[in-house]
Design a protein around this ligand. Structure first.
Ligand code: LAG
Ligand code: CA
Length: 461
């Protein structure tokens, strides 16, 4: 293929939004590796603007000042390198959120220094880019039906790189290759539809192969393409996987409305699952289209669990911090805007990926199977087999769902990984017995039950 598949037999990605590098490393060791997560999407690691007058918003990161990794609000270059190494030792890849389309806009500070001390003004980044490296359309995109404007004018006023230039392509690829040299295994291309496909492909063609630890092949690339009437996500498939926003809308609405019984087949109009990165919510939709987010509690966790159990796409789990008031509010931070270490016991860090950690093993164990026996109750209830390797039931209603499910699972005692984890042979959730091709379960209100062949044994929960 033109591009790599996600992490081998472990494809689940978690977005540890705004986490410090040392906190990501600790999470790889304590939780992500042991539960079988394949990769972490980390927030942009390049030097960014520092907007004290705007309260150090989270979106500082999306305004690059240089490609220095020396000092972001999440740590130093040494911290970043240490994170990549420690996650690799835990079997977890790092995917970097790569901002390729633009540099800075305007804000409370229109000129430097950036987070690592570099001087800049809009269209002038000494030693990196000067005015001639930016597109000439120096105004906001106004007509979103005009593809030329979408790709050549400015996205929310951000200086738009002339990605048709060989120099700019070399610069961008140089940044990505430095990351690959450190051991980064893949990238999310931010705002990919604002970069012409040919330019994305020209950048891809300059990339090195990944570290031997990850098989030495092509880096995994997934592109953020918010499809609309002008640009369909499928257009970017030749350059890598694409984010499937229609899936996000369908799934979050279905779970919000308790209307999930029809979801085995999903809807039409989705890109091929082999090329789709899927999610219930991301850091933008949880702010701008908060259909179903961590603030919805169990119902949202249930949707993320369903996504992990259903075979379509490469699942990306969101891990958020809590905020109130303005959507600009940054993560827990010190008075200088430096992000604090994550503490999942502190309610300011939501850590919702931990609520579905057991389901990651389910996804890994049923790899290669399709949906088998389907059972429904009310419109809010759905259960399905994944071949003879797994069986899961989802209940998006306010009352328990009790029934006996026909299954192809072999006889035995299974850990319920929707309500616990299975690590090193230890099940800390409840367990169920399959006998003669069926099991009986009481699926909790706004909850699930999930059994798979790689998690067998008596539970303690
Ligand atoms: C993305 N994907 O295409 C990111 O997922 C999204 O979070 C980024 O927007 C966007 N593209 C640009 O990389 C975020 C915030 C914006 C913010 C922007 C730049 O959602 O609100 O814009 O990052 O920091 C901010 C202000 C704007 C202002 C702009 C330029 O909110 O009002 O015009 O900065 O100064
Ligand atoms: Ca552009």
């Amino acid at each position: 293929p033109a591009h790599a598949a996600p992490g081998g037999d472990k494809e689940v990605v978690v977005h540890l939004f705004q986490w410090r590098w040392e906190s990501v490393a600790a999470e790889c060791e304590s939780t992500l590796g042991p539960n079988g997560f394949g990769a972490v999407q980390v927030s942009p690691p390049q030097e960014h603007v520092v907007l004290q007058g705007e309260g150090y918003p989270w979106w500082q990161d999306y305004q690059p000042v240089s490609y220095s990794l020396d000092d972001t609000r999440r740590g130093t270059r040494a911290d970043f390198v240490d994170m990549v190494d420690r996650c690799e030792d835990a079997g977890v890849r790092i995917y970097v959120d790569a901002v390729l389309n633009h540099m800075t806009g305007s804000g409370s500070v229109d000129s430097g220094p950036g987070s690592a001390g570099s001087d800049y003004t809009k269209y002038d980044y000494p030693g990196i880019y000067q005015s001639r490296d930016f597109h000439d359309c120096r105004r906001d995109i106004s007509d979103w039906n005009d593809k030329w404007e979408v790709q050549n004018c400015e996205l929310v006023g951000l200086s738009d790189l002339d990605t048709s230039s060989e120099y700019v392509r070399d610069r961008l690829a140089g940044y990505l290759n430095e990351l690959i040299g450190i051991g980064v295994a893949g990238f999310r291309y931010d705002a990919a539809k604002h970069v012409p496909l040919a330019d994305v492909q020209a950048i891809n063609s300059r990339l090195d192969d990944v570290d031997a630890a990850w098989g030495g092949g092509r880096p995994y690339v997934f592109q953020e393409v918010i499809g609309d009437q002008t640009i369909a996500p499928g257009e970017y498939v030749p350059a890598g996987d694409v984010t499937e926003f229609q899936y996000h809308r369908d799934i979050s609405n279905a779970f919000k409305n308790g209307d999930i019984a029809h979801l085995t087949g999903l809807g039409g109009n989705l890109v091929d699952g082999e090329q789709a990165v899927v999610f219930v919510a991301n850091h933008d939709t949880q702010r701008s289209h908060p259909t179903l987010t961590h603030t919805d509690g169990d119902r949202y966790d249930l949707a993320q669990a369903f996504m992990l159990a259903h075979p379509y796409g490469t699942p990306k789990i969101m891990s958020s911090y809590a905020w109130s008031g303005s959507n600009d509010t940054g993560p827990p931070m010190g008075s200088d805007g430096e992000t604090r270490a994550t503490d999942c016991a502190d309610a300011r860090w939501v850590c919702e990926h931990r609520e579905v950690a057991g389901m990651v093993g389910f996804r890994n164990a049923v790899d290669g199977t399709s949906i088998g026996d389907v059972a429904t109750g009310s419109s809010g209830q759905l259960a399905f087999a994944r071949g003879d390797r797994g069986h899961a039931a989802f209940n998006a209603t306010g009352g328990a769902w009790s029934r006996t499910f026909d299954t192809d699972l072999p006889d035995g005692t299974y850990c319920d990984v929707a309500n616990g984890t299975f690590v090193d042979g230890e099940c800390d959730g409840p367990s169920y017995t399959v006998s003669g091709g069926s099991f009986s379960a009481q699926v909790p209100a706004d909850g699930a039950v999930a059994l798979h062949v790689a998690a067998q044994g008596e539970g303690t929960g």
